[in-house]
Design a protein. Structure first.
Ligand code: ZN
Length: 323
């Protein structure tokens, strides 16, 4: 009994998890653009996910919204549905489905390590686990994020005249990098690209300590010297970044672990900070959920399937599921 098909459609309640096109009923795990699309009839999600979707797509980006609190168990047509923190970004959730005592847990994007800008991952025991696998290879071992972000401060110390422009996705990554800089004792104002402003204000209202943030403008950009500037990755190569005189370019992403990617993007300062579980987190979580069946999706499936089978856990890629 799987309750959900390979497209993460739940036939019993006619609902989809993170559908890519408008549907009647969408359960949204988090507000990243690859998961949360506008124009569904109804959206079920955490309050943060719904609020961030509204910030990005407008108040009317769905016809109606249903907030589900973490741990709250709602009953729809024979199925219990609940959401648990996924630790990926603010408001991100895992989805637990239960029918006649049988549990299916869909992790969505997740990480288990601590992050002050997101609710902490909560381990949920389940019969079937549908796990993401973005970094599902043993070579992926994420370094300590504080040590990584410290590279920005060290570089700034050695190149105090240069502005340090760090590419980071506007939802989640940008705020996490800022928060880590504050944890390292960096108290100066941090300059941000306009597209990061609204979401950062939302985080600030949630009492997440980001310190003083100033939006880059045509005026102030001319005078900046030796500052940290956070912008979405698309802005690094854009005309937008040409207005700064002396720049050192950094990029914060889990993928910076692949040196070739940093080289391709001409990034001088690769900062390896990921919001996805690495190999150890993925395999530890699989064991800790006590799942008797594991279905793997969103990433590097083969190696995790092999690892599960070697450890006597029944596993396959979700895409191979028949229904
Ligand atoms: Zn995501």
């Amino acid at each position: 009994m799987l309750l959900v098909d390979r497209n993460l459609y739940i036939p019993t309640i006619n609902a989809y998890i993170d559908p890519h096109y408008p549907v009647d009923k969408a359960i949204i795990t988090h507000a990243h653009a690859d998961r949360a699309k506008p124009n569904h009839k109804s959206v079920l999600a955490t309050e943060d996910t719904i609020n961030i979707m509204k910030l990005r797509y407008g108040e009317n980006c769905a016809q109606n919204f249903q907030i589900i609190n973490y741990g709250e168990r709602i009953y729809i047509d024979g199925i219990y549905l609940s959401l648990y923190p996924a630790g990926h970004i603010l408001g991100s959730s895992q989805v637990l489905l239960e029918k006649n005592g049988y549990k299916v847990l869909i992790t969505g994007d997740y990480k288990t390590i601590s992050d002050k800008t997101a609710q902490s991952f909560e381990l949920v025991k389940t019969n079937t686990l549908i796990t993401e696998a973005t970094f599902g290879l043993p070579v992926f071992k994420h370094p300590n994020p504080l040590k990584e972000v410290k590279k920005i401060l060290l570089s700034l110390k050695n190149n105090s005249d240069q502005n340090h422009l760090i590419g980071a996705y506007s939802l989640g990554k940008a705020q996490r990098i800022i928060s880590l800089l504050r944890d390292l004792g960096f108290l100066e104002e941090i300059y941000i690209h306009g597209s990061i402003k609204k979401i950062s204000e939302y985080y600030l209202n949630k009492n997440i300590k980001l310190g003083k943030l100033i939006q880059v403008t045509a005026d102030n950009s001319k005078t900046l010297k030796g500052k940290i500037i956070i912008a979405p990755p698309s802005a690094l190569k854009d005309v937008w970044s040409r207005k700064f005189k002396d720049l050192k370019i950094g990029y914060a992403s889990g993928w910076m672990i692949v040196k070739q990617r940093a080289k391709q993007k001409l990034v001088e300062l690769p900062i390896i900070v990921s919001d996805h579980a690495d190999w150890t987190e993925l395999t530890n979580t699989i064991i800790a959920t006590e799942a008797e069946q594991v279905l793997i999706t969103h990433g590097q499936e083969d190696c995790l399937v092999y690892w599960c089978n070697k450890n006597n856990i029944n596993a396959k890629a979700l895409s191979l599921e028949m229904n």
